[in-house]
Ligand binder design. Structure first.
Ligand code: BJW
Length: 254
């Protein structure tokens, strides 16, 4: 890893960080793409689309159940902890954390709020679009290895409250993301392959408003050319150096 210079944040700066699976890789959670990625073992459309769920909800629940228990057993790493500290130092007016991750590790590291673009592994809801319970996800960490759970209201299979391919992201979360990026001065993407939209295009919004754009990733992401700076390395090692503890992170005169 090349030597890392702290991000020269000033008191006027507004920071948006977008994270992806790579930040949780340092906590032992599998990424989707690349070596050891989940999509090397499984067919993405079987496990992350409505059609796949309708074909075989039991298979999707096996996939989710295993990931629930691995995420619960994992511990937030120095990358998650650094972003939680930075959020406290800068406050909600100047710092926003957007994540594509569904593993809950940012929340467990102490980040608040965390805008979950692709939902959460730890919520469940009804899969029938017309059922009122489809709009009332509930907290759930259970594994359903034998049969998919069913809705008490309408009897349809329950589903994890994650966002699959072809599904819209939650409108309120997407609106926050667009709003904060439109007024940010720094945009950091961390541990994401830059292949899944709309998150992969957030850097374009940041560029359009003249923000500094920085990618922190173990390898060049698909959209690496859109970033002003690429810091190659592991998130858990790079983030503490990029955002060192204390007054550096924007409380100095600027
Ligand atoms: C490290 C590291 C370490 C490793 N440190 N780094 C425009 C153009 C083309 C297509 C589209 C488009 N707009 C929409 C689409 C379609 C589609 C899409 O993007 N397709 C692409 C594949 C081409 N997008 C959608 O369908 C989205 N919906 C949508 O846009 O709806 C529009 C709509 C509007 C109105 C009505 C209806 C629809 C939804 C996308 C949902 C994505 N869902 C998933 C699964 C969640 C469920 C589950 O978890 O079970 O979300 S897919 C998967 O990919 C997951 C992730 O959040 C997402 C992103 O992955 P991420 O985080 O980037 O991880 P990886 O594994 O790809 O990369 C990790 C990186 O980390 C690697 O680069 C490593 O090198 C690196 N790394 N260790 C730092 N230690």
């Amino acid at each position: 890893m090349a030597s890392i210079v702290p991000a020269p944040l000033t008191a006027q700066d507004r920071v948006v960080v977008l994270t992806g699976a790579g930040i949780s890789a340092d906590s032992g959670i599998a990424t989707f793409r690349g070596a050891g990625g989940l999509w090397r073992q499984y067919d993405v459309f079987d496990l992350a689309s409505v059609a796949g769920f309708e074909r075989d909800p039991g298979l999707v629940w096996q996939f989710i159940g295993g990931r629930r228990s691995r995420a619960e057993a994992a511990t937030p790493n120095a990358g998650h902890l650094t972003l939680a500290r930075l959020g406290r130092e800068l406050g909600p007016e100047r710092f926003t954390l957007l994540t594509q991750n569904v593993d809950g590790l940012h929340q467990r590291a102490g980040s608040e709020p965390v805008y979950e673009l692709h939902g959460s592994l730890f919520r469940t809801r009804c899969s029938a679009p017309d059922c009122p319970a489809a709009r009332q996800p509930f907290s759930d960490n259970r594994d359903y290895p034998l049969a998919p759970p069913t809705c008490a209201h309408c009897g349809a299979p329950l589903r994890p409250d994650v966002v699959w391919f072809g599904e819209a992201l939650a409108a309120d979360v997407l609106a926050v993301a667009e709003q904060v990026i439109q007024r940010c001065t720094w945009f950091f993407a961390v541990g994401t392959s830059g292949t899944v939209f709309p998150a992969a295009a957030f850097v374009e919004l940041a560029l359009a408003v003249g923000a500094h754009t920085v990618l922190v990733n173990r390898e060049p992401a698909e959209n690496v050319s859109r970033f002003e700076q690429f810091v190659e390395g592991r998130a858990a090692e790079v983030l503490p150096l990029l955002f060192p503890d204390g007054r550096r992170a924007g409380q100095d005169a600027g």
